[in-house]
Design a protein around this ligand. Sequence first.
Ligand code: ZN
Length: 345
Amino acid sequence: MTLRDYITAVPKVDLHVHLEGSMPPETLLRLARKHGIALPVNTLDEVRDWFTFIDMPHFVNIYISISRVLQTPEDIEQLARDFLKGQAAQNIVYSEVTYTPYTHYHQKGIPFHEQLDALNRARRWAEDTLGVTMRYIFDIARELTPAEGAITADWVIDAFHEPDSGIVALGLGGYEVGHPPGKFSDSFARARDAGVTLVLHAGEHGGSVNIHGALAEGSVRIGHGIGCIDDAPLVALLRERQVPLEVCPTSNVCLGGSATLAAHPIQRMIDAGLNVTVNSDDPPMFNTTLTEEFIRCAETFGWSAHQVDRLIMNAARSVLLPPDAQAALEAHISGGMVDARVKYL
Ligand SMILES: [Zn+2]
């Protein structure tokens, strides 16, 4: 048996995956037909080809189409169910899903709570039938104005402490250049004051400066974070604090954060003693899965099963669950690692 079989079988955690960016081609086609929305392509094979990543404008076009077909709360529930089926098929037992509620409110008028209820229906269905679950990081798209960003912050602040809301953080996503975390300082300060956790994207395209900015805002993890690598004092700080870094290797190669996987800084980050996790970002759009991310990195950097286990455990220890639920997740994954080793190694 091979390391590939082991990685496929072992229980995994995804801390950085966008729900809208995870729409399977089948779901896109089904929802487009349901609403009579024309896509640039018509058959499943054509959608799969269309999804094969080309460049940033192409990525944006696909994202726009995905957003357009999500017309109703039922569509959001369908997407979340299909996503969770895919996670279960990879034995990804727990995901912290980034989702952008403002998009669906602003473009289609779907009230925030109808979106949250739809996600929670899918979550409870998956817990009952698939044995996997998810929590939510609702993010502000950094291209928005501070006033627009404040709408998402208000929703999260209001719902964060509702029992079993599923919300674990307020996030910040989108294209970094020209949009530093400090743009939304007012929202982040209000969220912190209300006891809301922050998890911000930083250091994907913007170098280390936005990572400094995200830490200054109180971000407990860093989405991507690869821009730290050429900033030695920042690397020392991230190592000392063991700030979890949500690294998404293939996404970085596709969107220009790294020229090739071999040139990707993930191995240097691990060697520097940083708290690295491996994540998938927008997997179907980059022709990947979390399982594939581990396999590609293991092949490129010569990782052993032991190294894979350490990275999975970094993620399991960095989740935003209450301590007892975190411990239960960690124990479940440890047990799964033993089982997978017996079977595949
Ligand atoms: Zn992301």
